[in-house]
Design a protein around this ligand. Structure first.
Ligand code: PAN
Ligand code: ZN
Length: 192
């Protein structure tokens, strides 16, 4: 006989991403992102202010076992470091074949995806956009607007996070403001 978990419902504020009874709220400041922005001088200069770039509200602590799901919201604040829009650290899933679903709730962002070979894919996310992250793609979200960019994520509980590969190599492309528009450029720090 399986042990039956009790079903439950979580309330989510669809405009600001707040989950009132979140089990974990993570706040990521610039100092948590050291070395990730392409313009190191701009990053160093901004470190004095150490702005809050984004926060994650985790709705559950469902068991980290195959078959279970977890879900969360992420709010990325508007801002730039050396012309590069604020983004999440980005990761591969530790168990590489685990997929994920994102849904845009407020504001405007890019979902930047990359295979281990450095192939890049970009999805434009606005409220209602449902973006699928297939297995094995690294993923990072970027606020390309002037308002908070808020999205919902749902992922297998056992997916895990591989941040180290991104810290070591970065993403092959960056998103910077050029002529007032978000523009993809090769990342000068990228190493294959
Ligand atoms: C998301 C991310 C969240 C924050 O829930 O964890 O948006 O991004 P980083 O984890 O890269 O800092 C997700 O993709 N979970 O698997
Ligand atoms: Zn993920």
């Amino acid at each position: 006989m399986p042990e039956y978990m009790t079903p439950f419902t979580t309330m989510i504020n669809l405009t600001n991403g707040v989950i009132p009874n979140a089990v974990v709220v993570q706040k990521r400041y610039l100092k948590d992102m050291e070395g990730l922005f392409a313009d190191s001088r701009a990053e160093d200069a901004e470190m004095i202010n150490n702005p809050l770039l984004y926060e994650v509200h985790e709705a559950t602590n469902n068991p980290m076992e195959e078959g279970q799901l977890r879900y969360s919201t992420t709010t990325i604040y508007p801002g730039k470091v050396g012309g590069e829009y604020y983004f999440t650290r980005g990761h591969y899933h530790e168990i590489g074949n685990r997929a994920e679903l994102y849904m845009g709730l407020a504001g405007e962002g890019y979902l930047l995806l990359m295979t281990p070979d450095g192939e890049i894919n970009v999805q434009h996310m606005t409220p209602g956009a449902m973006s699928y992250i297939p297995p094995f793609w690294a993923h990072r979200t970027i606020n390309i607007g002037k308002e908070n960019f808020v999205f919902f994520s749902c992922y297998p509980s056992d997916a895990g996070y591989d941040y180290e590969s991104i810290v070591d190599k970065g993403f092959a492309q960056i998103v910077v403001e050029q002529d007032g528009k978000p523009t993809l450029l090769p990342n000068p720090k990228w190493t294959k």
